[in-house]
Design a protein around this ligand. Structure first.
Ligand SMILES: [Zn+2]
Ligand SMILES: [Zn+2]
Length: 140
């Protein structure tokens, strides 16, 4: 199986073209910090590209193959590329992927949104931190 060999390269081509999709805000959504900012896509672009190309029978294992379809891919995935994104500091970005994995699956999108809002409320003191510890203690 060599179909995944160029996966990262394929996504790089998409990223280069969809530059404005990777524009960040000036602060982390969770803590408001302004250093080491990164952009998080709720939907894994890797996953979207692979399933979409497979469904349409597109070959994205070569650079030429990706270049041929990237405008079509971007046009059909504006929401995922441009809207469903969060600017996070490196620490909180790493934390999110620690919870939801390297390439979060589509069904985790609402879960990620809830997690992001809860972590923000915790960081700004609006919600208690680590409430679950006490909850689980009651059942031991
Ligand atoms: Zn942060
Ligand atoms: Zn991310």
């Amino acid at each position: 199986m060599s179909t995944n060999t160029n996966k990262r390269v394929a996504v790089k081509w998409i990223r280069d073209r969809a530059k404005s999709a990777y524009e960040k805000t000036d602060h982390c959504f969770i803590c408001g910090g302004n250093v080491d900012l990164e952009l998080h896509h709720l939907a894994s672009i890797n996953y979207l590209l692979e399933t979409w190309a497979k469904k349409l029978g597109y070959d994205i294992t070569t650079d030429a193959g990706v270049l041929a379809i990237r405008d079509e891919f971007i046009a059909q995935h504006h929401r995922e590329l441009y809207t469903d994104v969060y600017t996070l500091c490196n620490r909180h970005h790493v934390e999110l992927h620690g919870v939801y994995g390297k390439s979060p699956l589509p069904h985790t999108v609402p879960l990620q949104q809830r997690w992001l809002e809860r972590r923000r409320d915790q960081a700004t003191g609006k919600a208690p931190v680590a409430k679950t510890t006490g909850f689980f203690k009651d059942f031991t």
